[in-house]
Design a protein around this ligand. Structure first.
Ligand code: TRP
Length: 448
């Protein structure tokens, strides 16, 4: 249970609740949902098994793990690339997490009548407030990682997940009774496959890696702490299901809430002006970075002040906690690398990376367009590239049969299981080919 909780804590976060609904709203609803589910189960789950197996077999950080399993000099570089991606992802992630933290106090101030404070706190724009909360969030993350409290994470995740799911279910129940919600539900659940194009598949694949915490070695690192009594395949399945389930619920909440907000006069989409490759008259989201932060406070407002206070504060507390269990995993990767490979103490390593990341986060706080740029380079492209290399390593360097033998610890029947039939060809052919095709075709499209 401990591993599943920690890994699910890493997976469930802003990716599910902030990013996923915005992607869905932008990319035409159900078509994106379908592609995302496909990517999670067909590519994400097999890669997750691979990462955990590599971690558990070696007990090492991403760079050390590749070194331990093969003398090939390329793969430790893949580990280093993963660490770079982690550092850069955390730099913008912490800015958004800071917004969530600010909204905890903002919602409280709003419902308790301190409108001036609320107006300052509930802003998702560039500036000093954003910088201060981002720095606070990084300080908390650095403190936790430097003191190495892994049991704490599991306890947090254990109470957090049911509370988050319960609260979202209540909010969904509330929102679907309101005028306008039907339109959002239809957009989310009725697939229109004419909307599927290369850029949608590219975004869906990147989102699957980001949401499942794959492609940069976070699960190699967490796997390195996993006991040999545990079943790797089953654990990966639970983490995937928990993550996908919570993303699905977030969509089920935010898509209807968007249209409810629109009915009450808030502008959500605007007609695109020409340029940027967007057809004139197409609907684009006004505020793609702030969907949860614009639409949900509106919903809390409509609940009345007593219930609104409880839900508003409660929701952003849970979202901030979910983000914290994710930032911890993002910082743990470079930290464990510096401890093992550079011989640093845990305190020094966490502090060093914590400071570097905070510095980048401060720059991002004043230049928010960097969030999109970094997300594209280090997440939507960077993580699938890492995942591709992990598949190739598994199939052609370490070999899936050795991994299957390793995974017998904790899963004695694995050799005769269905998993042992499907996983090797997925690693050798299907996943690498899919990832490569999506990346190459997207690249080609850029030059057309
Ligand atoms: N998966 C987390 C989320 O959805 C973010 C995250 C944590 C992550 N650790 C990661 C993303 C490692 C990529 C790699 O919010």
């Amino acid at each position: 249970m401990a591993f599943v909780l920690a890994a699910a804590g890493s997976a469930v976060g802003l990716g599910n609740i902030w990013k996923f609904p915005s992607e869905v709203a932008q990319q035409g609803g159900a078509a994106f949902l379908m592609m995302y589910l496909g990517c999670c189960f067909l590519v994400g789950f097999p890669v997750m098994v691979a990462e955990i197996a590599i971690g558990r077999a070696t007990g090492k950080n991403p760079v050390g793990a590749f070194k331990a399993l093969s003398p090939n000099p390329i793969f430790p570089l893949v580990g280093l690339w993963g660490i770079l991606c982690g550092v850069m992802i955390l730099s913008f992630y912490t800015v958004v997490a800071g917004w969530s933290l600010g909204f905890v106090f903002g919602e409280a101030a709003h419902f308790l009548g301190f409108q001036g404070a609320a107006e300052v706190l509930m802003v998702v724009g560039p500036g000093t407030k954003t910088a201060v909360f981002a720095a606070l969030f990084m300080a908390a993350t650095t403190f936790i990682v430097s003191s190495g409290v892994s049991e704490g994470i599991e306890r947090v995740a254990k109470t957090l997940m049911p509370l988050l799911i319960g609260m979202m279910l209540l909010m969904i129940a509330f929102v679907v009774t309101r005028e306008g919600s039907g339109e959002g539900l239809a957009m989310y659940l009725k697939p229109d496959f004419s909307k599927v194009d290369m850029s949608l598949v590219f975004q869906a694949l990147g989102q699957a890696f980001f949401s499942l915490s794959l492609g940069m070695g976070a699960l190699i690192t967490y796997g390195s702490y996993m006991s040999r009594k545990q079943n790797v395949v089953e654990s990966a399945a639970w983490v995937t299901l928990a993550d996908v389930g919570i993303a699905f619920l977030a969509g089920l909440l935010i898509m209807p809430a968007m249209f409810v907000a629109q009915k009450s006069g808030i502008q959500i989409y605007k007609d695109a002006s020409t340029g940027d490759g967007v057809a004139a008259g197409a609907k684009v989201l006004i505020d793609e970075d702030g969907l949860v932060f614009t639409v949900l406070p509106q919903l809390f407002e409509s609940m009345g002040s007593g219930i609104g206070l409880v839900f508003g504060v409660g929701f952003f507390v849970l979202l901030s906690m979910a983000a914290l269990t994710s930032t911890i995993s993002l910082l743990e990767v470079p930290t464990s690398y510096a401890i093992d490979e550079l011989g640093m103490s845990r305190k020094k390593a966490a502090l060093m990376f914590g400071c570097v990341i905070t510095a980048i986060a401060l720059v991002i706080s004043y230049r928010l367009s960097l969030i999109g740029t970094f997300a594209t380079i280090f997440s939507t492209i960077g993580l699938p590239v890492g995942g591709l290399m992990i598949c190739l390593f598994m199939a052609y360097v370490w070999k899936t049969r050795h991994a299957l033998a390793e995974m017998e610890a904790g899963y004695p029947g694995i050799q005769s299981s269905l998993f042992a039939k499907f996983w090797p060809p997925l690693m050798a052919v299907v996943c690498p080919l899919l990832i490569l095709t999506v990346l190459v075709l997207t690249l080609i499209q850029q030059f057309q």
